[in-house]
Ligand binder design. Structure first.
Ligand SMILES: Cc1ncc(COP(=O)(O)O)c(C=O)c1O
Length: 449
């Protein structure tokens, strides 16, 4: 049973605290009173160091789109590792993965590889600055684009510091220089009027607008068609680039969220699933823009080295993984996502708790709060009510063999089927009722119906 002070996970956490600050090296995997330490994974199951098996709906925050240790990916990595793990020369494997991405994404004519989504976004921002010759970046309030100062501006502002009317750029890490923040323009998601006004006020200096059309940090909230139209038309009309962050959203369609919503970005940042489970990032886009990375005419506008860029292990794992991710497979996991969303919403209603499941395709967010919202300022109070309940559900689900993102996220993999979803929903239904009873919500819900 979790928690258990005598478990191996609890003891490992004790040891970890001596050598890692907070006992942790990745905040997103921390939870109280101690995290579970993983030992192995196969398909949609993960086994912890105490031998307990659970269905994994975290899927390493979406990168494991085929679940754990898919035999074909393992075989490709094993073969590549035996031949060569890293080398100070290019390999054919980088051309093969680049060709696949160029084939899938009509907006992408050329690609550069790096090692994380953070780096992919960072190089997309640099490319936009180099191409336009302008210094500023616009990004959405409350949206996550990796651990990089500029794009972490206003990641989690509060009413105390987010500005009276229009958003002001707030540093995320202590010590973020104000000078740096003055080059970030923060825009409110889905607010066409305010965003147009803010962009207009900065148009002479804006190199690009960075956004993702489904914001994971806001419970997989979708951009409205009017908002997407504004960003595309405004950037085109004002000499700025449209930078789409598909690090998370690429999984929603064969040609990503840009295909699903009919967006034509200038640059695309990729990561997670394109590495087949190994560390990766990529920036891609139009040939004329990508030429900022071309060294053949002398000093490139954007120099781009990196010991692990195009690392053959990630390249081969990514290629096999993406080949396995066929159109029918994407449609199947999107349908599983729908089944999970519908089931969670039903289970929440039946429990008497308020809320619903949100999200798109294989990305599902359980919100234990009834309010509706269109951007970060609406999301924040809803999340403040939902997350404490989600944490209770999370802990109880650990004892029923299910892992999900503690704040309420569920990511579906191709290793799952309808039975996986239905078993999860059966457990979740009981747990939601238990939580409702313990908070008194079951009674309140019953009284309303
Ligand atoms: C939308 C988005 N952009 C960028 C990143 C950063 O990617 P990485 O963690 O690989 O640096 C993430 C990671 O979760 C993400 O969700």
């Amino acid at each position: 049973m979790y928690p258990d002070a005598s478990s191996r996970s609890a003891r490992l956490f004790e040891r970890a605290q001596r050598v890692l600050p907070g006992g942790n090296t990745r905040h997103t995997v921390a939870f109280d009173p101690y995290p579970l330490y993983a030992a192995s994974g196969a398909g949609c199951k993960v086994v912890d160091v105490d031998g307990v098996e659970r269905t994994d709906f975290i899927n390493n925050y979406s990168s494991m789109i085929h679940g754990h240790s898919h035999p074909k990916i393992v075989e490709a990595v094993r073969r590549q590792a035996a031949e060569m793990m890293a080398v100070g020369l290019p390999t054919e494997s980088e051309i093969l993965l680049a060709e696949l991405l160029v084939e899938r994404l009509p907006s992408v004519e050329q690609v550069r590889f790096c090692n994380s989504g953070t780096e992919a976004v960072m190089f997309a921002v640099r490319a936009a600055r180099a191409f336009t010759g302008k210094p500023k970046l616009a990004k959405v309030e409350g949206a996550y684009h990796g651990a990089y100062d500029y794009v972490q501006a206003s990641l989690d502002p509060t009413p105390a510091n987010w500005g009276e009317r229009d958003p002001v750029a707030v540093g995320h890490a202590a010590g973020t220089p104000e000078r740096l923040l003055s080059d970030v323009v923060v825009i409110p998601f889905n607010d066409v009027e305010a965003t147009a006004r803010i962009l207009d006020a900065n148009k002479a200096e804006l190199a690009g607008v960075l956004f993702d059309p489904i914001v994971a940090r806001m419970g997989f909230l979708e951009a409205t068609p009017a908002y997407l139209r504004l960003l595309r038309e405004w950037t085109r009309a004002n000499g700025a680039l449209l930078l789409i962050d598909e690090v998370f959203t690429f999984r929603v369609g064969y040609d990503g969220a840009q295909g699903r919503y009919g967006i034509e970005p200038d640059l695309t940042a990729l990561g997670k699933i394109i590495g087949g489970g190994l560390p990766i990032g990529a920036v891609g886009g139009r040939r004329d823009i990508m030429s900022v990375f071309d060294h053949r005419g002398g000093h490139p506008k954007v120099p781009h080295g990196g010991t692990y860029n195009g690392n053959p292990l990630a390249m081969v794992a990514g290629r096999v993984s993406m080949e396995l991710l066929t159109k029918p497979e994407i449609e199947r996991i999107n349908r599983l996502g729908d089944r999970l969303r519908d089931g969670i919403t039903r289970a929440i209603r039946e429990s008497g708790l308020g809320g619903r499941a949100n999200g798109v395709g294989s990305m599902v967010a359980m919100m234990l709060d009834d309010s509706t919202y269109t951007n970060y300022r609406g999301f924040l109070p809803a999340a403040a009510r939902s997350i404490p309940l989600a944490l209770q559900v999370h802990q109880k689900m650990l004892n029923r063999g299910v892992l999900f993102i503690p704040s309420g996220g569920f990511i579906v993999s191709t290793a799952m089927d309808e039975a996986t979803i239905d078993e999860t929903l059966a457990a979740l239904s009981e747990v939601l009722s238990e939580v409702a009873r313990s908070t008194g919500a079951a009674f309140a819900g019953a009284a309303q119906s």
